[in-house]
Design a protein around this ligand. Sequence first.
Ligand SMILES: [Zn+2]
Length: 411
Amino acid sequence: MPQAAAFDLILRNARLADAAAPVDIGVRQGRIACIGLPPGAHGPAVDAGGNAVLPGFVDTHVHLDKACLLGRCGHDHGSLADAIRAVSALKREFTTEDVYARGARVLDKAIAKGTTRMRSHVEVDPRAGLRSFAAIKALKQDYAWAIDVQICVFPQEGLTNDPGTEDLLLAALRDGADLLGGCPYTDSDPQAQITRLFEMARDFDVALDFHLDFDLDPSWRHLDEVCRQTRQHGYQGRVAIGHVTKLSALPPAEFDAAARLLAESGVALTVLPATDLYLTGREASHNVPRGLTAAHRLVQHGVCCSIATNNVLNPFTPFGDASLLRMANFYANVAQVGPGDFGACLDLVTHLPARLMQLGDYGITPGNPADFVVLDTARPSDALAELAEPLMVFKRGRQTVRRQPVQLLRP
Ligand SMILES: [Zn+2]
């Protein structure tokens, strides 16, 4: 047999997004070698059965360190501030083992739902110390067989007003944190926080990812300052902002102007539907506003956007299965997206978040890592509409998940 036709894995009958007929994919040394096989191709084969095959899902914004806290605190929280306070009180007691166990529970769920790349935000401050960071670092290493995790350390409770936080963030950046996050709305001097974080990011040559403008008051915002400093520091393409629910409160002309500003500044935006819908608009007794920024409309203006999980089973979001397909479906439903744009919603959990995370090797293309999710349906757009379960997931050419199709036991 010719060596060029030997593969470590052949994924047969894979229906790719833009293909009319299923194709066979050859994998060698963890990477996609070819789409469509050469004559004499041989190697261990797995049959995708003509089902839809997507590159693994990409979750740009997950808090592994504060997931799965229900049962440890009261559930009468209503506002964002209440949720931050509740976790702040618990966080002093977090041990590395505890954070590891809760984070592992979320990673298990995410992997089983087809996520193969993730950015985890991690709180670093005098209450958590570096314990949560140490746990997420261990998870990153122990779960590398199934998922690549980026670690974004950030000051949830402020930077300039929280002595000791900056030194801890610097220590984490020296010790393997991949990038730096921010949360200006909890800082007594938001502008100074933004300025300092840009300085620190430049010193370490890392990207930035802010929690930003998480309310429905359009009379003020930090978005303009982040865009200004992004351009000033030449950081276009390396800055993301999350939530930005304020944009949902803007009339069309102002929304379009904000979209142009984001696109021109190269600032990406992540929508966190579960948390945004759970926490915003609490002041309304009826006709409650959705507080969900229209990511698919921003994309039409050239903004790089993603939909992400954010929180799982905690005071910020007492729900969660870490499924990005469910989150994209949820977004599409609330944002009143029709079937013609279901593909655009899938882009928000695949190719666009990969660009947000500056992953240069993402997608089903020869040369890229062989990360696949095989969904229990023929067409990707149907997968979004029907919440098709992943039947198989592959990471770097190795199968990581197997799910049996459901069987109805008819009489
Ligand atoms: Zn967050």
